[in-house]
Design a protein around this ligand. Structure first.
Ligand SMILES: Cc1cc2nc3c(=O)[nH]c(=O)nc-3n(C[C@H](O)[C@H](O)[C@H](O)COP(=O)(O)OP(=O)(O)OC[C@H]3O[C@@H](n4cnc5c(N)ncnc54)[C@H](O)[C@@H]3O)c2cc1C
Length: 371
């Protein structure tokens, strides 16, 4: 460890903190992760396990940084899958490529800037399947698919991916400490507390930089008024869908994301800005299943002809006015790189965001930036 490039304490073990930890540890830093929740835990304060999740960019051309993050992640995951295919001894990340359909019940207004960054993109006409069959099943007066595209995208078995990231970070020497940092006394006090946790676990050593990847927890930890939750309710059902779809209706959104290798599928879902409650709404569950019945009836395998529901859950996306905060700061003489507020795109942002975090850590530790 004496030859490490520096000791970095990462606060948070969601997809953002763990991906940052992997990149930093593999680049030669000594990494300690301090987090209230770690892979395997379930809590409304821990967003990453509740995600669908898949690659489906929400970035728009007026946010080139987020567009770039998403493209970097797409390319990285495709390469990772190719490596897994070539070397069967590699640990499996829990990713899989699927045909991914995007449907609109109205003329497309958004710019599909990402079309030339993804594999096999094509525009589908209304006579193409599955659009034709879905519209044929749709009752008179209900929304019909007006426009559709198809491309190859990645779905993520999120519990497996989080464990995979944690193990990859550990393999490069990272240590994971489960501990909740007090939010009552501000970020500087929390950094001192995290440093103490690291000292207790690893022996006394200087912390050269902190990475703050606390997701929605940063709202309290940093008193960041720009943070807000975007609640998402989903239904996990039996049966693994063969394709991904997302659909934008006039007054609803619907999606279906197979969870690779688990024989189950996530059906969604809601985007409720400012809602903190973790209790699912039965009416929303009904609505999610009604839309899914139209779009993926092949998953209705229950003896009553309906879906076989495994669980219904809510997660809180870490929304932030102005977008994710990935930037350097010096807090009470301590170097910090913030990496939080990735809203509904934490997975697809993760590789690009973690690379930026690594660069900012390097800049923080550079000679000119010495404290
Ligand atoms: C229903 C739903 C569907 C989604 N689908 C997708 C999708 O398809 N694609 C996609 O890219 N994204 C998706 N997302 C968004 C994605 O899940 C989030 O952007 C991402 O999980 C945020 O990760 P994070 O690591 O920043 O935060 P979190 O996962 O919340 O991790 C925060 C970490 O910080 C720790 N922490 C916080 N406060 C403290 C403290 N005081 N002391 C110690 N530790 C602390 C927590 O314990 C945790 O370890 C979805 C989210 C939801 C809810």
């Amino acid at each position: 460890m004496s030859r490490s490039k520096g000791h970095i304490v990462v606060l948070g073990a969601g997809v953002t903190g763990l991906t940052s930890a992997v990149f930093l540890a593999e680049a030669g830093y000594e990494v300690t992760i301090v987090a209230a929740h770690v892979p395997g835990d379930e809590s409304i304060e821990y967003t990453s396990p509740w995600a669908g999740a898949h690659w489906h960019t929400h970035a728009t051309p007026d946010d080139p940084r987020a567009c770039d993050w998403d493209v970097q992640t797409y390319e990285y995951w495709i390469d990772l899958l190719e490596s897994e295919r070539k070397d069967l001894n590699l640990p499996k990340a829990g990713l899989k490529v699927y045909d991914s359909y995007k449907y609109w019940d109205f003329p497309v207004q958004e710019e599909l800037w990402w079309a030339h960054h993804v594999n096999d993109f094509r525009v589908l006409a209304s006579h193409h399947e599955p659009i034709h069959s879905i519209n044929a099943r749709t009752q008179e007066g209900a929304g019909r698919i007006e426009e559709a595209v198809m491309y190859r995208a990645i779905a993520i078995n999120v519990p497996q991916y989080l464990l995979y990231l944690q193990e990859r970070a550990r393999k490069s020497g990272a240590v994971v400490i489960k501990s909740r940092l007090s939010t009552a006394t501000g970020l500087h006090a929390a950094l001192l507390e995290a440093q103490k946790e690291a000292d207790n676990s690893r022996g006394k050593r200087k912390v050269d930089c902190f990475v703050n990847a606390t997701g929605l927890g940063a709202a309290k930890l940093c008193a960041d008024q720009a943070m807000y939750p975007i609640r998402g309710q989903t239904v996990l059902v039996k049966g693994e869908a063969e394709t991904i779809f997302t659909r934008s209706g006039s007054d609803y959104g619907a999606y279906c994301i197979p969870r690779p290798g688990t024989g189950s599928t996530i059906l969604g879902g809601t985007k409720e800005k400012g809602v903190w409650s973790e209790t699912p709404d039965p009416k929303v569950t009904e609505r999610i299943l009604k839309h899914a019945a139209l779009n993926v009836p092949e998953l209705m395998t229950g003896s009553d002809g309906g879906f076989e529901v495994i669980s219904v859950q809510c997660g809180l996306r870490p929304g932030r006015e102005g977008g994710a905060r990935v930037e350097k700061e010096v807090v009470g003489g301590k170097r910090v790189v913030h990496a939080y507020g990735h809203a509904g795109g934490g997975y697809q942002n993760s590789i690009g965001s973690a690379r930026l975090t690594q660069r900012l850590v390097e800049e923080s530790l550079s000679v000119e930036a010495k404290l």
